[in-house]
Design a binder for this molecule. Structure first.
Ligand code: TXA
Ligand code: MG
Length: 323
């Protein structure tokens, strides 16, 4: 007889309590929602979120949806325009994600939001997801539980076959009822825009908001094209091995050149997960000190280093004046 796999459990009360404990300790838990299965991490824990990106094997940091219990809780993290509030009141809990400006007091790790000034929030209706949120008492960052580029997981067995041993716990709550991801709605200059079509049809959103962009004929937007995509004001120089006194240095590892105006170290031990967790916070911190140029030491192009370098390359891209 096979020994039962302790990491693959029917989502009963005891398993949910264990899952909540694992999340609080910074672990990764797959769980069902009404749309698809998600892989959750404590959204406020940058290291846990970095591990989540590593496990998803995403070549770049896509911003994650932060799952919350209610609109009241969501308003601790984001600034809800009145249309966003109307939509949440109509469709939450349920398969609707709202992208709104992050509050400056928002405790969610910047990595979960891929360094953006906005945050994607959703309050799921699935009983297991809700019980997990209630028990863990944490906002849970969770992308769909598929390896990047592979089909979305709507059953716990899909998650198991995609991720095998790399998760701490998989909660089996049966097939995800909708089998399609949530509809993502953002706001540009106060106007609603469908950023990703999903389980709530465009018409149902329009009932609340009136006409909106991004419907069946509208163009879809990926976060990389969003105007509010975070870019530092300072110029960014990658692969720096020496620095000038005018530059700020974003270091990596223990062999750090001296002489920069300011230095912050992504990871003294050269740990890419720690570096990912620190990336956006440190870029912002240096940028806020008003330096003209940020030099970044070489980051190995492996594991999470690929996503870190992707983000840095975009930060070096030429651009117009910022608002
Ligand atoms: O149904 C769902 O939404 C599932 C379940 C687990 O909740 N989650 C899901 O997550 O599909 P994911 O990571 O696979 O997709 C999240 C989508 C991506 O298209 C991402 O670009 C977008 O949400 N998104 C997240 N934060 C954003 C932001 N700040 N601005 C624009 N788009 C954002
Ligand atoms: Mg996905």
């Amino acid at each position: 007889m096979d020994l039962p796999d302790k990491r693959f459990r029917t989502a009963d009360g005891a398993a949910i309590a264990e899952a909540a404990r694992v999340l609080r300790l910074g672990g990764l838990v797959a769980f069902p929602t009404e749309t698809v299965y998600g892989i959750g991490a404590d959204a406020t824990n940058g290291d846990a979120v970095a591990r989540l990106f590593a496990t998803k094997q995403r070549p770049r940091f896509n911003p994650l949806i932060v799952h919350v219990r209610s609109l009241l809780e969501a308003e601790e993290f984001g600034q809800f325009p009145s249309l966003a509030r109307d939509l949440a009141e109509r469709y939450w809990p349920g398969p609707l994600t709202l992208v709104v400006p992050r509050l400056s007091s928002c405790p969610v790790s910047l990595l979960a939001c891929a360094g953006l000034d906005t945050i994607a929030l959703r309050s799921p209706s699935h009983a297991v997801a809700r019980a997990l949120l209630d028990t863990a008492k944490l906002p849970i960052a969770a992308p769909s539980a598929n390896v990047s580029g592979r089909v979305t997981a709507t059953r716990a067995e899909h998650v198991r076959s995609d991720f095998g041993e790399s998760l701490d716990l998989v909660l089996d709550g049966g097939p995800a009822p909708l089998g399609l991801e949530s509809t993502v709605v953002g706001f540009e200059a106060g106007r609603p825009v469908i950023l990703r079509p999903g389980a709530i049809p465009h018409e149902n959103i329009a009932v609340v908001t009136g006409a909106l962009e991004g419907g069946p004929n509208g163009k879809l937007r990926s976060p990389g094209q969003l105007k509010n995509h975070y870019a530092p004001r300072a110029r960014v120089q990658m692969n720096a091995i020496a620095v000038t006194p005018e530059q700020a240095l974003l270091a990596f590892g223990s062999d750090v050149p001296v002489g920069a105006r300011e230095t912050l170290n992504l990871s003294r031990t050269g740990d890419l997960r720690e570096a990912a967790a620190n990336l956006f916070t440190m870029l912002r911190a240096l940028d806020e000190r008003g330096v003209v140029e940020i030099a970044v030491m070489p980051i190995p192009e492996m594991g999470l280093g690929e996503a870190i370098n992707d983000r840095l390359r975009r930060a070096t891209a030429p651009r117009g004046p910022l608002p």
